[in-house]
Design a protein around this ligand. Structure first.
Ligand SMILES: NCc1[nH]cc(CCC(=O)O)c1CC(=O)O
Ligand SMILES: [Mg+2]
Length: 334
């Protein structure tokens, strides 16, 4: 697009900014509650337990989850994304509780779908909350994450979630080929409506710290990292290749993660493929806004909405954000 601007004073961009009506008229992007997916942590305990590194976020019992779901529905937030917090002594090297039909996610999904069938239920597929080593997959004696063996575990986890009523599976493990394998298993078992949002371009990021405390995998992971399967933050051509593979394997939607520091990747993915594209504003991003706001250094609500709008400007169709309910509430009142 070649624009030959009229010279000043014929062109005065400030004319359009002068009044609220003309600012609104030329606004290119808007936020609504439809743009949000709320991640929630579901634990085996009764009641709620705060996550200290994520002020305002709590681990929820299934009873409490139903209350949050009711608020989401009331505010127009379309989807809840479930993360399981198992009891520490239920963890094993193979994370098998992840595909237990009576596991925390399976019970939570059944409770949500029977009480609020119209609310979208999404869940995470990866083994990290359920393994004693805190890695997303199965490991060999050297600690390397085994691709094929992990895919078999992810298929079991995925089918168990789909059978419990989960509408959107979101494999977050970054094994090669798992989207195709899960999609084929879903088709074979008759789950033809189950959607897949793949964590297609997921980076080995330091911004996940508070999440790992929230699901209780931080201590299990210890000093090890996820660099042999999550992407190098230095790369973005590689992200396009990862996204192309996941679309070809049958993903309905793709995701880039983390969010704000990776908006360049969101834009490239959207421009290259034009598929439903999402971004995850992760725990560390949330914690930074909270911490600065608690110190009185930034305006919490203004920064929250500005950061969410930035995802839309970058081309995202929606955002996974711990701010979902607060933002939806604020948007309703303005
Ligand atoms: N595989 C699990 C998973 N799913 C979402 C997040 C991070 C979410 C956040 O930081 O908010 C992680 C952590 C990780 O990969 O270590
Ligand atoms: Mg991949």
């Amino acid at each position: 697009m070649q624009i030959i601007p009229a010279p000043y004073p014929l062109a005065r961009p400030r004319r359009m900014r002068r009044d609220d009506f003309s600012r609104r008229l030329m606004r290119e992007h808007t936020l609504t509650a439809d743009d949000f997916i709320l991640p929630v942590f579901v634990h085996e305990q009764a009641g709620r337990a705060p996550v200290p590194s994520m002020p305002g976020v709590e681990r929820l019992s299934i009873d409490e989850l139903l209350k949050v779901a009711e608020q989401a529905l009331e505010l127009g937030v379309p989807v809840l994304d479930l993360f399981g917090v198992p009891d520490p002594d239920a963890k094993t090297a193979d994370g098998r509780i992840a595909w237990d039909d009576d596991g925390i996610i399976q019970r939570a999904a059944r409770a949500l779908k029977s009480r609020f069938p119209e609310l979208g239920v999404m869940s995470d597929q990866a083994l990290d909350p359920y393994t004693t080593h805190g890695q997303d997959g199965l490991i060999d004696e050297t600690g390397y994450i085994l691709n094929e063996a992990t895919i078999e575990a992810l298929i079991k986890q995925s089918l168990s979630h789909a059978a419990a009523g989960v509408d959107i599976l979101s494999p977050s493990d970054m094994m090669d080929g798992r989207i195709g394998a899960i999609r084929q298993a879903l088709e074979r078992e008759g789950f033809i409506h189950t959607r897949i949002m793949s964590y297609a371009a997921k980076y080995a990021s330091a911004f996940y710290g508070p999440f790992r405390s929230a699901v209780g995998s931080a201590a299990n992971l210890g000093k090890s990292n996820k660099k042999t399967y999550q992407m190098d933050p230095a790369n973005s051509n590689e992200a396009l290749r990862e996204v192309a593979l996941d679309i070809a394997e049958g993903a309905d939607m793709v995701m880039v993660k983390p969010g704000l520091p990776y908006l360049d990747v969101v834009r490239r993915v959207k421009d290259a493929f034009g598929v439903p594209t999402f971004a995850y504003q992760v725990s560390g991003e949330y914690a930074m806004v909270k911490a600065a706001a608690q110190n009185g250094w930034i305006d919490h609500d203004a920064v929250m909405l500005e950061s969410l709008l930035a995802f839309k400007r970058a081309g995202a169709d929606g955002v996974l954000t711990y701010f979902a309910l607060d933002a939806a509430r604020l948007l309703r009142s303005t």
